[in-house]
Design a binder for this molecule. Structure first.
Ligand code: ADP
Ligand code: MG
Length: 775
């Protein structure tokens, strides 16, 4: 047999006898084949004799005839023993009729050392190997089990110091990682061959004593002698270890019940033996049949106890003991048939490797410590500060938190990286900050939506309400709210302001239309006056109330008055000029933003109509359902029409939610566009104001230079250096002082009436110069 070859090794051992029937049993010279030539008398008494001749040929792994005990061990068992030392489970079984030499093969003669059997030789080999394999440490345990009439007997129970476990307390169990084991069977550690042999003899003795005391035939029981091995490498990881079991099994006689003609206790014994051996055969047949995934191991104690030692991951060898006499031919045939079936079993031996969790933790801790030392050593070599590897303390975490806060606020420019754990903690804090930010945004959005809904209800218009799906029933959901176009409008306070501003605007417009303009420029004659400075809104047909308060009006409350008594150009005309000249770039951006805003608002209106259409359908369906309910009088489950309506309602609601989400996104875009438009407007107006205030009162001779300079500073970074005034500290102080004086004068001009200004300032004020367009 090859080690771990994956097939069950089957040998035939022929018991020597003086009456060996050579004409029946023929052993071929190949040493592997046995031919049985059987003559069977089928004739009836007083009838003519009818002899039936048959021949069978059995080819096995080896035929052991007239071979020594040593050769039997070497050929049959040695490789299985060595496999067990490597971590493979192994089983050697002796099978055959009573008196065929099973016990002789397995245990041998206890009196003669030379005739000792497989078990003592296996024990010897194991301890010799343990001595040789110095790179491993081995632990060896022994157990000796007898199965008699389906009862488990511990043959080494007498060696236990505590109370003997009764046979009933022994149970065959199975655990993942441990395989099959017998709970309650004593397991004896042995450290030498002698200790082990002592236990073997003790067990043999107990077997004989038991058979006498209980009046039972020792050959009527199965005996399983097991060596339990555990090995750990001395050189490699001590967390990994290997276990194996070597089962040496002396089976009970396999003779048939009819043949023995037994009765009483013997009948019972034979019945149990027949049962266990026939189940053993069934299990073997099932193991041999690759299509079968269930093997009936649990049918008897024998097969259950040998479950992980018959097929599967172990090395198995069977010795079929036969009697070489003619009278035993039927039993011989039966034994050989069993042997040839056993030969069909394929096995897949595997090492039983285990991990010791405690040892593994110990080893990993050691590894971690060693790696820390390595890192620390590496840091020292490159003059790096040592890195903390312990988990961050609460104080350190608080410090990281504070660093992240300051970094996000801008008060901390950078965070120096110390260790990987610190980086991880930083990321965690940043993530938290992002989450908080998102949460706040969502809350703000919800609040905004809620406020809008409240106002719209007050205004007696269809309102928008968030879907509250949490815990709402289908019927409740049906009563959702419609979406309003006003969704995108400002809150009421803003709208109130808008109205006021518009009144003011229209009033100003009327006044502006009536007011005379002292000087008409040909290109500005058709343009709106100061009171129409809000023209961007009018031009776009947009309502942009927030910005009105920021428009040039503030410096000219009545909105139509020229900014200077002598001025021939109103502020409105100046603003128009500014938009076409210096402010043209800003104005263009403003117009573009407004166009986008308009487009988004139009889209919002269209979508709102669609959402409201779905809402109306939902209401309609819900009402129909309610009608059904009422007509049914609230009895029983939903009927079929109800189910259809319910599905329809669900689909409509899904559509509503989908459209509502799109609507929500567009609303966010509108808000953003609105913000951009506001920003552009404020910028345009503020730059106009700056420009207007400065250049309206600057002496004519200084105007060209300083106007360009100021405008470039405000809005045109791409200025032409040639246009800048000469930079000298004296001229700068002079211009500053002059500018302050002019500002004061301008303020004064706003506080007095045109008549007062005209009388008090006289010809000191100058007219607004021609505004040069921005190139
Ligand atoms: P079994 O256990 O199968 O019932 P045993 O092993 O008890 O049979 O053998 C019955 C007798 O035959 C014993 O006295 C034993 O010494 C003897 N015997 C069996 N096989 C051999 C053998 N190969 N060589 C010498 N004696 C044998
Ligand atoms: Mg025997």
């Amino acid at each position: 047999m090859k080690a771990h070859s994956g097939e069950v090794g089957v040998f035939v051992r022929i018991r020597p006898t003086a009456n060996f029937s050579q004409d029946i049993i023929e052993c071929l010279p190949d040493g592997q084949t046995v031919n049985i030539h059987h003559k069977k008398d089928t004739g009836k008494p007083l009838c003519p004799r009818k002899i039936q001749r048959s021949s069978w040929s059995f080819r096995l792994e080896g035929v052991l005839q007239d071979v020594s005990q040593e050769e039997v061990y070497t050929r049959v068992c040695r490789r299985v023993v060595l496999g067990a030392l490597d971590g493979y489970n192994g089983t050697v079984l002796c099978f055959g009729q009573t008196g065929a030499g099973k016990t002789y093969t397995m245990t041998g003669s206890t009196e003669s050392y030379k005739q000792r059997g497989i078990i003592p030789r296996a024990i010897q080999e194991v301890f010799q190997e343990v001595q040789k394999r110095t790179e491993h440490t081995f632990s060896v345990y022994l157990s000796y089990l007898e199965i008699y009439n389906e009862t488990l007997v511990d043959l080494l129970a007498s060696l236990q110091s505590s109370a003997h476990p009764s046979p009933r307390s022994m149970v065959i169990s199975e655990e993942p990682g441990r395989g099959v084991f017998i709970r309650g069977l004593s397991l004896h550690p042995v450290h030498s061959e002698e200790e082990a042999l002592n236990l073997l003899f003790e067990g043999e003795m107990n077997r004989v004593i038991g058979s006498h005391a209980l009046n039972r035939n020792s050959s009527r029981s199965h005996c399983i002698f097991t060596l339990h091995l555990e090995s750990r490498s001395r050189t490699l990881s001590d967390a990994k270890y290997v276990t194996s079991k070597l089962n040496l099994v002396d089976l009970a006689g396999s003779e048939r019940l009819g043949k023995t003609g037994s009765e009483g206790q013997m009948f019972k014994e034979a019945m149990y033996i027949n049962k266990s051996l026939s189940f053993l055969e069934q299990a073997i047949l099932a193991l041999a049949d690759r299509r079968r995934d269930h093997v009936p191991f649990r049918q008897t104690k024998l097969t259950h106890a040998l479950k992980d030692s018959l097929g599967g991951n172990c090395n198995t060898v069977l010795v079929a003991n036969i009697y070489g006499e003619a009278s035993k031919t039927e039993e011989t045939l039966s034994t050989l048939r069993f042997a040839s079936r056993m030969k069909c079993i394929r096995t897949n031996p595997a090492v039983n490797e285990h991990m010791d969790p405690a040892a593994q933790i110990k080893k990993l801790k050691k590894d971690v410590q060693m790696l820390k030392e390595e890192l620390s050593f590496g840091n020292t070599l490159v003059n790096r500060p040592s890195v903390p590897y312990d988990p961050l303390s609460e104080a350190q975490l608080a410090e990281i938190d504070s660093q992240v806060q300051r970094y996000l606020e801008g008060s901390l420019k950078e965070i120096s990286i110390i260790s990987v754990s610190q980086v991880r903690a930083l990321f965690a804090k940043f993530k938290l900050a992002v989450h908080r930010g998102q949460e706040q945004k969502v809350n703000a959005r919800l609040r905004q939506t809620y406020n809008l809904g409240e106002e719209d209800r007050r205004a007696d218009t269809p309102a928008v309400k968030e879907w509250d799906t949490r815990g709402s029933t289908e019927e409740d959901e049906a009563g959702s709210f419609e979406v309003s176009h006003k969704n995108t409008q400002r809150p009421s306070s803003t709208r109130a302001k808008t109205k006021k501003s518009k009144d003011k605007q229209s009033q100003s417009k009327r006044q502006g239309e009536e007011s005379p303009v002292s000087k008409k420029r040909s290109d500005s004659a058709s343009k709106p006056k100061l009171n129409t400075v809000q023209s961007p809104e009018r031009e776009q047909e947009l309502q942009e109330p927030d910005t009105e308060s920021q428009e040039p009006q503030e410096s000219q409350p009545n909105g139509k008055e020229p900014f200077h008594p002598d001025s021939t150009l109103t502020k409105a005309e100046a603003f128009d000029d500014f938009k076409m000249g210096r402010g043209s770039k800003l104005n263009r951006i403003l117009q573009e933003n407004k166009a986008v805003l308009l487009e988004r608002r139009s889209l919002h209106r269209q979508l709102t109509d669609k959402v409201n259409a779905v809402k109306r359908e939902i209401d309609c369906t819900a009402a129909t359902m309610q009608q059904y309910k009422e007509t049914r009088g609230g009895q029983g489950r939903y009927s079929e029409p109800d189910d259809t309506l319910l599905n329809q309602l669900r689909e409509l609601k899904a559509l509503y939610r989908q459209r509502y989400e799109v609507l929500h996104d567009i609303k966010a875009e509108i808000n953003y566009c609105q913000h951009l438009v506001d920003q552009c407007r404020v910028r345009l107006l503020s730059e106009f104001e700056k420009w207007y205030k400065k250049y309206s009162l600057v002496p004519e001779e200084d105007l060209e230079t300083s106007m360009d300079n100021t405008l470039d500073q405000v809005s045109l970074p791409e200025c032409d250096d040639n246009q800048l005034p000469p930079e000298s500290s004296s001229s700068e102080s002079f211009h500053n002082a002059r500018y302050r004086m002019l500002r004061r004068r301008n303020t004064w001009s706003l506080c007095v009436t045109p008549e007062q200004r005209s009388s008090s300032s006289g010809s000191r004020q100058r007219t607004l110069p021609q505004i040069p367009p921005v190139s």
